[in-house]
Design a protein around this ligand. Structure first.
Ligand code: NAD
Length: 261
């Protein structure tokens, strides 16, 4: 339990990879604030599970990552309810699949706001406290699409490349202050985000569900297996250790070999 006494804030953690980060950080003793949307009873069950895992308090914020004022309030609520943020995981994300000339403007803006702009607002809110304490970990969820592109995902690829660039910049700014900033870039992991894009991809590429699974999602993943949420969360936990204090400004792939090609 090496994270006892530390506070973690994980955006987009009511589901999928974010939920995995929250549980893994709580299992090491961190007080975790989760965030995101979903069924109220399921969110409360997750919050209670985190308290059991950590042996300390856990909290929930329903802040919308498209709204800077709500993001600032989330950071303030976390400081008040659990303590100032020591570990920030920017993870919230959505996807939309469409050719660029048909891409809806509202979807473009939402993807840029939720994946990229929210990380600026959360980082700006919690960095002064990390600097004052001389310790911090910021982990941004990238994607193989922060390094390479796939067609029909223009907003997502742009936002993920942007968050990886932002991550490197902040890493350089705080490199001598005990704060590391890294991007974790998973390949396809089996989560609701991936499942939900299958219908649109079927439409955009005129394919069956099986063809999308095998010929699109896992086609570029040399292991031919989805990355497991627990594997991604374990990497985040490692980045919080002192042994990882020299890892900063990195964009770490955990993608079954996707970006080796
Ligand atoms: P998911 O759909 O299971 O979870 C997304 C989370 O973001 C949910 O908790 C949701 O409520 C939250 N969210 C969405 N819009 C929000 C908003 N406006 N404000 C606050 N929270 C919001 O998806 P996931 O697959 O677990 O994705 C998590 C992250 O991992 C995303 O950044 C995604 O791009 C990235 N990623 C996923 C994969 C994959 O294969 N699943 C691969 C690479 C990267």
């Amino acid at each position: 339990m090496f994270l006892k006494g530390k506070t973690a804030l994980v955006t987009g953690s009511t589901s999928g990879i974010g939920g995995g980060y929250a549980k893994a950080l709580a299992a090491e003793g961190a007080a975790v604030m989760i965030n995101g949307f979903g069924d109220a009873a399921e969110i409360e069950a997750l919050r209670q599970e985190l308290e059991k895992l950590s042996g300390t308090k856990a909290a929930y914020s329903n802040a919308d990552m498209t709204k800077p004022e709500e993001i600032r309030q989330m950071a303030a609520d976390c400081a008040e309810q659990l303590g100032e943020v020591d570990i920030l995981v920017n993870n919230a994300g959505i996807q939309h699949v469409a050719p660029v000339d048909e891409f809806p403007e509202d979807k473009w803006n939402a993807i840029m706001d939720i994946i990229c702009n929210s990380a600026f607002h959360t980082t700006k809110a919690v960095l002064p406290g990390m600097k004052a304490r001389g310790w911090g970990r910021i982990i941004n969820t990238g994607s193989m699409h922060s390094k390479v592109a796939s067609p029909y995902k223009s907003a997502y690829n742009a936002a993920k490349h942007a968050i990886a660039g932002f991550s490197k910049t902040v890493a350089l700014e705080v490199a001598q202050q005990g704060i590391t900033v890294n991007t974790i870039s998973p390949g396809y992991a089996w989560t609701p985000l991936v499942e939900n894009q299958i219908p649109d991809t079927m439409k955009a590429r005129n394919m069956t569900r099986e063809q999308v699974m095998n010929d699109v999602l896992l086609a570029g993943q040399p292991t031919k297996q989805f990355v497991q949420i627990d594997q991604i969360a374990a990497l985040a936990v490692f980045l919080c250790k002192e042994e990882a204090s020299a890892i900063t400004g990195a964009n770490l792939s955990i993608d079954g070999g996707w970006t080796a090609q």
